[in-house]
Design a protein around this ligand. Structure first.
Ligand SMILES: [Cu+2]
Length: 277
């Protein structure tokens, strides 16, 4: 019994904590069912061929083979049908997701920068907007290429090589609000893979690739880099920490506070400026 439950467990899907992740699982099941049908079809064909062309029935080998075009036509037909199904289904879903993209409210946008071999996050400050970032500005002093001339960037919160904290907020109808993570890379191609969220997206240098998900359960979920990105690839682990709204507010406030020491000074300096005037 233990063995059976173990077998069931290793063939089951990993924990699901994403509202739309079930669609991915559905697609995986559909592809496997299609493969099962093809597998059974070819096995039947194999045994029919073995039986029909057995040595006792055909003592002399026929080197000319089949002369009719039935087999060739049916195989070509099957290939055309399979391709058509793929193109039609793929186009339908592509169209569906492209047009539905507006539904993602972008309530929380977090920029995640991948580097050899860590994940870094940047959150918008009080203005709710992230400062501009460009690969052309990357230098030793500015590892993430932050555009210092963009005022939106001044109050941004940076969390380096630590858990990427995301809030689990609910809509009035009980559904989860969408989180958008903008993925950028500082150096080479990485891949942001979080199995329980059913997210797996390549992070490509020079591109900003947004991903969307709606977390449904608080917890800490491992990020695996799913692209071989260098000799430290195997240790390029991180975590997405999904927290409830209260914990998020507390965490975010604390991060803003951390930036305060520098921010407090202008307030103290400001009156002296007035005095001068
Ligand atoms: Cu990597």
């Amino acid at each position: 019994m233990d063995l059976l439950s173990y077998i069931v467990e290793i063939f089951s899907f990993p924990e699901l904590v994403s509202q739309n992740g079930g669609d991915i699982d559905g697609l995986v099941i559909a592809v496997h069912l299609l493969m099962l049908v093809l597998f059974i079809g070819w096995i039947i064909y194999y045994f029919v061929a073995l039986w029909k062309f057995r040595a006792s029935n055909n003592p002399k080998a026929d080197y000319k083979g089949v002369k009719t075009k039935t087999i060739t036509n049916s195989i070509e037909g099957a290939v055309i049908v399979a391709e058509l199904v793929l193109v039609v289904v793929a186009t339908y879903f592509w169209n569906f997701y492209v047009n539905k993209a507006d539904d993602f409210s972008d309530d929380s946008v977090i920029r995640v920068t991948a580097e050899q071999f860590a994940w870094n996050a940047r959150y918008p400050g009080a203005d709710g907007k992230l400062g501009a970032q460009s690969k052309t500005l990357v230098s030793g002093a500015n590892p993430f290429g932050i555009d210092k001339t963009d005022p939106h960037g001044e109050d941004d919160v940076e969390v380096l090589k630590s858990d990427i904290v995301v809030p689990m907020k609910k809509n009035k109808d009980g559904t989860s609000k969408s989180i958008t993570i903008d993925l950028v890379s500082k150096d080479v191609i990485h891949c942001f893979k979080v199995l329980p969220l059913r997210v797996c997206q390549d992070v490509i240098p020079g591109m900003r690739v947004p991903i969307h998900f709606r977390p449904t359960k608080v917890g800490r979920y491992q990020i695996t880099c799913a692209q071989l990105c260098g000799d430290g690839h195997a240790r390029m682990k991180g975590a997405v920490k999904v927290v409830d709204e209260a914990e998020w507010d507390e965490w975010y406030k604390a991060e803003i506070e951390k930036k305060k020491p520098a921010g407090d000074k202008p307030a103290a300096v400001a009156p002296s400026k007035d005095e001068k005037a």
